[in-house]
Ligand binder design. Structure first.
Ligand SMILES: [Zn+2]
Length: 277
């Protein structure tokens, strides 16, 4: 999965000073800045901003010898462009540990950008004492990064797995599992039962945890579970919202693996196909 970067390790050295070969993850309205030279796309380095005073640079993390800073100033340079954060997932020309670190930085940078002003009183916020903390100098509010919990559930029916496809134009095109954001006031199990019912009309039982995945692209933490169907009759989009285009039981032997090996969803489908769940 995307976050599996062994043997590389993420570490923190907050006393260090920026150097020319350190990465800069700059965000603008949820997009991230890429450097484009001769069809090559890369994450910019401090040396790429010669002549520009990056005065809001903030150190975030280190991966081996690579250091990552964020900037929430909007930067305009001829060979740079803000693009979709999800681009970091697929840019195979950049090592995975660098892309994963950059995506984590982009999640944090987006949070910093979204919290430049205190949401309670509208005053400009300041960096706090803790790592990744903002403080409002007017009302004293301490603001910490937000992570949205998402459940993904592999619903099984003997040797069949419930596979779905999203209906929205531009949505993830490959097979998915039932999934959704956890709502305020819900347990993870509540969210699983609700999403299963809303998307497929199925009741589920014997919920078991599988694995989790940080998913910076939607500021989320994905949590994967297995559950058994309690009854097999599918009523797609039972909530009437039309989120899915298809929801079908597919036998283990008939599952065709589609791309995105880096995702928790792919990993779960593969585990089921290989009868290893
Ligand atoms: Zn405030």
């Amino acid at each position: 999965m995307f976050q599996e970067i062994d043997p590389h390790k993420i570490s923190f050295n907050e006393t260090r000073e920026p150097a020319s070969n350190d990465y800069v993850v700059s965000v603008k309205y949820g997009k991230v800045l890429f450097k484009k030279t001769n069809d090559e796309i890369d994450i910019p380095l401090i040396s790429d901003f010669e002549g520009i005073d990056l005065k809001d640079l903030k150190y975030i993390m280190t991966v081996e010898k690579s250091n990552f800073y964020i900037s929430v100033e909007h930067i305009s340079l001829p060979d740079m462009e803000y693009g979709k954060l999800l681009g970091l997932l697929h840019l195979d020309s950049i090592p995975q540990e660098i892309r994963f670190a950059a995506s984590t930085c982009a999640h944090l940078a987006t949070w910093y950008e979204d919290n430049k002003l205190c949401g309670r009183c509208g005053t400009l916020t300041q960096y706090g004492k803790e790592r990744n903390e903002l403080v409002c100098p007017n009302c004293g509010r301490h603001i910490f990064p937000t992570i949205a919990p998402v459940v993904i559930v592999g619903i099984t029916n003997g040797d069949k797995l419930m596979l779905t496809r999203y209906a929205a134009k531009g949505a993830y095109a490959h097979h998915s599992l039932v999934a959704g954001f956890v709502e305020v006031g819900e347990t993870l199990e509540d969210a699983i039962r609700r999403e299963a019912c809303e998307e497929t009309g199925l009741k589920v039982k014997n919920i078991r945890y599988f694995a989790s995945q940080p998913w910076a692209f939607s500021s989320a933490l994905l949590m994967g579970f297995w559950a058994e169907a309690d009854g097999t009759e599918v009523h797609i989009n039972a909530d009437g919202k039309g989120e899915l285009a298809t929801a079908e039981w597919i036998s283990r032997d008939d599952i065709k693996m589609e791309s995105d090996e880096s995702s928790l969803t792919w990993t779960m489908i593969k585990r089921f196909k290989d009868n290893e769940k």
